[in-house]
Ligand binder design. Structure first.
Ligand SMILES: [Zn+2]
Length: 173
């Protein structure tokens, strides 16, 4: 899988899982805190990324108003294949860097919780709300732009939310 704007840890590769969904997997073990990806792309207004919240989207929200993505469909890259899980093994260090939240074994799928980076935006055409079928015991059933407000998730992912959301959480606390 090519890279255009982002960095992906070479220990990761895109594989198709048992459900036929493409995701990123560890080719060898990873240590806690290891950098997994640094997301790049075109900085776009959320209103410029109409696919957000509807079908497949490959954009990463980095602010209430902005996403990192690609204006060109042919620039889909390896870092676009991180799947959501309600029981993730990766989280953010800052706003564009993804790190391992714990040691990760060879062949494990790498996931983060989209609650870590999704935030409501008045520039989004429709609120982000998707059914989740991640299979985790603690699956919430839906992924929404307000999940970061959940106190249990705030506790579980402390320090692993995208920088702009982590700041909001800490201001309240
Ligand atoms: Zn889930």
């Amino acid at each position: 899988m090519k890279l255009f704007h982002s960095w992906l840890n070479p220990k990761l590769e895109v594989r198709t899982d048992t459900c036929g969904q493409a995701g990123l997997f560890a080719q060898e073990s990873l240590w806690k805190g290891e950098k997994l990806a640094v997301f790049g792309g075109h900085v776009m207004l959320i209103s410029e990324a109409p696919q957000l919240g509807t079908g497949d989207d490959y954009a990463l929200q980095i602010d209430e108003q902005f996403v990192l993505g690609t204006r060109h469909g042919h620039e889909i890259e390896g870092t676009d294949f991180f799947n959501h899980s309600c029981s993730p093994n990766a989280g953010f260090d800052g706003t564009i860097t993804l790190v391992a939240m714990r040691a990760i074994a060879q062949d494990e799928k790498i996931t983060f919780d989209y609650a870590m980076c999704l935030h409501a935006s008045r520039w989004r055409q429709t609120p982000y709300r998707r059914k989740c079928s991640c299979g985790a015991q603690k699956c919430r059933g839906f992924v929404t732009e307000d999940d970061w407000r959940n106190p249990e998730l705030q506790h579980r992912y402390k320090g692993y939310f995208s920088g702009y959301i982590q700041k909001k959480i800490e201001k309240k606390g």
